[in-house]
Design a protein around this ligand. Sequence first.
Ligand SMILES: O=P(O)(O)O[C@H]1O[C@H](CO)[C@@H](O)[C@H]1O
Length: 290
Amino acid sequence: MSDDKHTVQNMESVTFEEIQQIADHILAKVKCRPKLGIICGSGLGKLADMVEDKEVIPYNEIPGFPVSTVPGHAGKLIFGTLKDKSVVLMQGRVHCYEGYSPQKTVLPVRTMKLMGIKILFVTNAAGGINRNYSVGDMMVIKDHLNLSGVNPLVGVNDERFGPRFPPMSRAYDSELRKLALGIAKEMGFADFVHEGVYSMMIGPNFETVTECRLLSMAGVDATGMSTIPEVLVAKHCDMKVFGMSLITNKVIMEYDQETTANHEEVLETGEKRSKYTQQLIAELVKKLVI
Ligand SMILES: O=P(O)(O)O[C@H]1O[C@H](CO)[C@@H](O)[C@H]1O
């Protein structure tokens, strides 16, 4: 990352023209022209194995694109066909806690917009706050609570992306949520697929006990360190959004509990359970009318 741009409180901005250049650069390298984009969260990148006729571009080969630095995020753009639909997959994302400005963190989403993406699926690994959730469950996101203290829409608003004051009360498309829950039932997944509220704190530390108790009181079902900035800009630029969390661990709700949260457990659960997330996402893609 260049540093002089980072001087004003991490407010590095990225212009429409810069993003257009990145989108053009990518489109010049691939034949595929998808309308659906999918962001794969921690340990969820195996969805790429289901993509056929792949065209792959590592993030570090795209000038200006942020590069993933966290284990479980391969850092590749994968174009191809999933259930007969053209898609672009982000195999790994970047997070604000990696040191990227909020605007740089969401640059891939705006790039997708300028590449013609109309529908965005966001997935993540999250800690289960809801006491009825078990490790390995999935959660269709119905709403979010932004406790990260960051918002990529702060700064000069470029109307070519969207309005100054975008509504966020219907951020997660209700038809896609209904469709996903219906599919989960058909697939026999109903016992471990829930619908709930996701919250984000900026990280990179896992939450304190008091923070988790507060999230629980606030009606949060699962918590993580990503996704919300992506959803904010996706809605700002009028994309349809579907979100899904894999509950990779239960958060620590008791003071002085010996076990602690850790990224290894997150990746391990991803390894064991992401096949169900992949199957559900694939079925949803199959039934999607684009
Ligand atoms: O949200 P994703 O990218 O899935 O990753 C989650 O997993 C990591 C912590 O284990 C954090 O980055 C958290 O946000």
